[in-house]
Design a protein around this ligand. Sequence first.
Ligand SMILES: Nc1nc2c(c(=O)[nH]1)N[C@H]1C(S)=C(S)[C@@H](COP(=O)(O)O)O[C@H]1N2
Ligand SMILES: [Mo]
Length: 258
Amino acid sequence: MSPHNPDKRKFFRRTLGGLGALLLAGCDRISGSEWFPKVMSAGESLSKSVHKTLVSRKSMAQEFSEADLSPQFRSNGTSNPDNPAYQAMAGNNFADWSLKVDGLVEKPRQFSLAQLRALPSRTQITRHDCVEGWSAIGKWTGVQLSQILAAVRPAADARFVVFHCADPMESNGKDLYYESIDMDDAYHPQTILAYDLNGKMLPVANGAPIRLRVERQLGYKHAKYLMRVELVNSFEKINGGKGGYWEDSNDYQWYAGI
Ligand SMILES: Nc1nc2c(c(=O)[nH]1)N[C@H]1C(S)=C(S)[C@@H](COP(=O)(O)O)O[C@H]1N2
Ligand SMILES: [Mo]
């Protein structure tokens, strides 16, 4: 059932692993300082540590111009959620849809699509990279996640933002797609809840009514069909405990930095 090519995935993992080994060797040589063991014992994945070393977490993903737009932004993974509740909302132009934002926050809230659209927006033209080996450049418009967080006021112990989706990944209707990011990425200016693609309402094939754009990470982190945003301090108790559908089912890296 996986739409992802296992060979490419293995290649991808080997490449990251090789890079990590290279840097580990390098770090060993340059210092006996304690920063590296500390980072690793905090339970972070090797790829995340490597990524942090190479690229500042504040860096921006490259933005492109209209001339660079792909003629068509393809759909991947779920293209139409097999979920009666979602289908009913889609049939009514998502007038009855709302995004629940809760968990470790002071003010849990629900946002209608109209409320999200009424907030200040950000538009960005970025390249989407899928581990299956394809990329596409699209123009996304949405509300910065930082604005939503400002409205709900995260508790001091909130560490991750979990995105719960409408699409079941199994034919029994269970195992809804989900993903998660840390607070660094949550507050990043290019992290948006997108409602428009290429200047038009986000199509169902690409995640209507709202999908996450988290531009410094790979395609599978960009959760489509958002229903609920939950702030947590651990995802141990959520589904398989690894922070995302592909992380749970196929051991994908949780931090999927590009
Ligand atoms: N809810 C949900 N989000 C998802 C997926 C999915 O199947 N369901 N697939 C992921 C993968 S692997 C990719 S590459 C992108 C594809 O986005 P697109 O359909 O707009 O091309 O969405 C990601 N987000
Ligand atoms: Mo993907």
